[in-house]
Each structure stands twice: as C-alpha cells, then as structure tokens.
Design a protein around this ligand. Structure first.
Ligand SMILES: [Zn+2]
Length: 451
C-alpha cells in the first residue's frame, strides 16, 4: 500500500514567505518537511481568489470545469449576486443570510458543477477514507447536520469532515474555530482536529487547510505576514508531526504535499470598477473584489463586452481584460489585443503575445472565460491596485490577490514522499489519486493545453 497522504494548503502564502520560514531556522516543522522534500513554485488559477483556487485544488480542474467563477459573481438564472465573503460590508450589501447560505452550503451543493468530481469523492468511491479540515470545497457523500441546535439543513462531506466547528464528523474537543479570527483561532481549531486525526491515524488522505496566513497578509501585506508563517503555520503543521511521535514517525507514515492556493502582492490604491461604466449601469452588473472583476451583461443590454473593454483603456486600476469573441478569447492591455484559441495540443494566437506574459496565462485565461458562470468581461487589476467590493471595502495599504500577475499567481509547492511534480494547483488532486492508484475521473482528465 502507498503511504497515507497529508495535503496541507496554506492560504495566501507566497514562495518568499515559505522560503523565508524555511531559511530562518525558526520554523522547525516547515524546515523538516523541506529537508525531506522537493520544492518548486507552481501556478494558481484565474481569478486567483480563494473560492476559485480551493475548488480547483479539490477538483483538480479549472473554473471551466468546476464553474466557481470568483469570490463574487452574478447568478444569471437566479438574477442575483453571489458573494462568498469579500468583506463583512460586501456580505451585508449582498444580503447577509443569503451570503451565509451561499458560502456554507450552495457553493458545494449548487454552484460547484455536478460533473466536477472532488478528490474526496474519487478516493472514497475507491474504498479509501478522505478527511477535510476547514477547506471551503468539501463535497463528499456523507450527510452531516450542523452542530448548531435547531439548524437542520445538512451538508455532504467526506468521512472525516471538520468545517469551522459547524460540521464535525467526530467529537474531538477542539476549541471553537471562529472565536478570534485575527488572533488565529481558525488555525488553532484546525491544529486540534489535525492532532486528533493523526493520533488515531484516521484517514488515507487528509486535506488540512490553514486560512489565517491570508487573513494576516491582507492586513499587513505579504512581507508583514512572514512572522505568521513562522509562528502559526509552523505550529499548526508541527501539531501533526508531534501527534505522530516526531518527524521520523510522521514521514514514515505519511507522504506530504504542501502548497498555497494563491500569492499576494502589496496594494496601495483602490478603485471602484463600476465608475468606469456609469453610463451603462442599468445594462450590466459589476462584480469586483480584491484584484479581479467580472462584468455581466444583462439580457436586454445594448452595450457589448468589446465596448466595455475599450472603456477601460487608460484606467490606472486595470491591467488586462479578457472576453470571448466567437471561438476566440481576446486579451486587451494598453489598447493592444491578443486573440487566442486552444488547438488539440497547444494554442493558436494572433496579435501581441506579450499581452499575456503572466504565468501560464493562456491556459488560465481560457479556463476562466470558458466558465458558464463567468462575466462577459473579466478584469485583472494593475500592480498596486485593488478593486473595491460591493460594500466599498478594500485592502489598500495591505496585501491582496486575484490578478493574472506573477505575485498573485505563483505559489510554493513542496512534495515529500510522492512521485509527482505538479506545476499547477490543478495538478495536485490528480497526483494524489495517482499516488493511491485510483483512476482519474473524467473531470480531472480535462487538463488540457500546454503553456
Ligand atoms: Zn485572500
């Protein structure tokens, strides 16, 4: 039998933060894993925003397959905004109770494409046991009622399932997860659950998601968050190693993949994308958050995506826009355009190829555009800029992510005891299934197109 596997996802940790932690001599757990593993950088998806990234990690597929388009989007059939938590003000603007339902239940039960098999479903269908701690893409086949008295709406997760104290497959005695977000209570909860699971060796795959790094990095900027990697992230991983009886026993028992979902960059300015389109406000819906935006044409709109793209020429907050024109994708940057379309094993392009000079940009742009829930115009913000959300909130003065740019898109990726070299976050789930000898579901075989 192959070793069991722990997949650690640290939200928003940049390659620099990971490397700094390993080299500092003050992050023993990360240093131990790095000393036994192979390190590289890998590429996120676009938009490089957490719900899109975590769903891509759990399904081993891009937004074209899993259909989660962004942190905030327009639901065409239901004619309403879906907001997964850009900020508290944005949640309130979108309707708080609807947004909570969307984030906790609907993202997995309704928005995630039925045809996108999760790594938990694939493993458990093969008779193995999967665990998920706090990751927002959790869809599995076991029914759970919330721990809140009086709430009877079930969720469906893997056999070992822990979600911010709200769903718990086992009574672990872990402290309440959301008591003090800024103080790191979410990762303290994850660590307590992880310690319990490793002590009992209660899984074949454990997906262990640590969210506090991103929270700190938004407030302090990516460099300002380096200390968080040393203290909290290392502590939460060290809890697993200790529970196994130390590094030798841990690595004897488990293979490890450790990576983040996206990077972060410093932002100094914020803009409201809506202001660029004020003359069309009754014909479109603008859904922007962090460093990405989606613009949707309402059914009776007379304006088209090409006109909207032109209106953003010279806008300092915008670097690149993407849209579909027939069979082509069109990227526009500083008034220049690149047309692209996938061929059997590569890309046919015309125009200035340097317009999409970001990591893995053709592949990621096409995947974002081919999502049926995507807007007609996608916006990638310029360096240093953020697009304010529905509630007007932003992180100017701190850190953010979401764009096609390298700083938002490159992630550290460490593999220990597994024969795979994933170079995209979407290649991790297929690598995990191959490690266990489980056949890839059709939705993971859709991985198309070279760089
Ligand atoms: Zn974030």
């Amino acid at each position: 039998m192959p070793k069991k596997l722990v997949l650690i996802v640290v939200d928003g940790m940049t390659p620099a933060a990971f490397e700094h932690a390993v080299e500092s001599g003050r992050a023993p757990a990360l240093a131990t894993l790095a000393a036994h593993g192979t390190y590289r950088t890998a590429v996120s998806v676009f938009p490089s925003l957490t719900p899109v990234c975590l769903t891509s990690i759990a399904t081993g597929a891009g937004p074209d397959v899993h259909h989660i388009p962004s942190l905030v989007w327009w639901h065409r059939r239901e004619r309403r905004i879906v907001e997964y938590g850009s900020s508290f003000r944005a949640l309130r603007a979108a309707g708080l109770s609807q947004s909570i339902l969307d984030t906790i239940y609907n993202m997995n039960q309704r928005h995630l494409a039925a045809g996108a098999t999760t790594v938990y479903e694939a493993l458990e269908d093969a008779g193995l046991v999967a665990g998920a701690v706090n990751i927002t893409c959790y869809r599995g086949r076991t029914r759970y009622l919330p721990t809140l008295p009086g709430v009877t709406k079930p969720a469906y997760g893997p056999k070992r399932f822990f979600y911010y104290s709200l769903f718990e497959s086992d009574a672990t005695g872990a402290p309440f997860a959301v008591g003090n977000r800024g103080g790191g209570s979410t990762d303290v909860y994850a660590a307590a659950v992880g310690r319990w699971l490793v002590t009992r060796d209660g899984f074949d795959l454990l997906v262990y998601y640590l969210s506090d790094f991103d929270y700190a990095s938004h407030a302090r900027g990516p460099e300002g968050a380096h200390e968080i990697a040393l203290e909290r992230v290392d502590g939460a991983i060290g809890a697993l190693i200790d529970a196994a009886g130390g590094p030798d026993d841990f690595l004897e028992r488990y293979a490890v993949v450790l990576h983040s979902d996206h990077g972060q960059t410093n932002v100094a300015h914020a803009a409201r994308l809506e202001e660029a389109f004020s003359q069309f406000e009754h014909e479109i819906v603008v859904a922007a958050s962090n460093r990405a935006g989606q613009v949707y044409l309402l059914p009776d709109a007379r304006v088209d995506a090409t006109t909207l793209a032109w209106l953003l020429d010279g806008n300092p907050a915008v670097e690149t826009t993407l849209r579909r024109e027939g069979e082509d994708g069109v990227a526009r940057r500083e008034g220049e355009e690149l047309r692209f379309r996938p061929t059997g094993d590569g890309w046919e392009t015309s125009g200035d190829r340097s317009i999409l000079d970001h990591p893995d940009a053709l592949h990621r742009s096409w995947s974002a555009l081919a999502n049926p829930n995507a807007g007609e115009l996608l916006v990638s913000a310029a360096d240093g800029w953020e697009l304010a959300d529905l509630g007007g909130s932003h992180h100017a003065g701190g850190g953010s992510h979401g764009s096609l740019g390298a700083g938002d898109s490159l992630v550290p990726l460490l593999t220990v005891g597994i024969d795979a070299a994933p170079s995209r976050i979407t290649e991790v789930a297929p690598a995990v299934l191959e490690h266990f000898g489980v056949a890839l579901p059709a939705s993971m075989r859709a991985l198309a197109h070279a760089r």
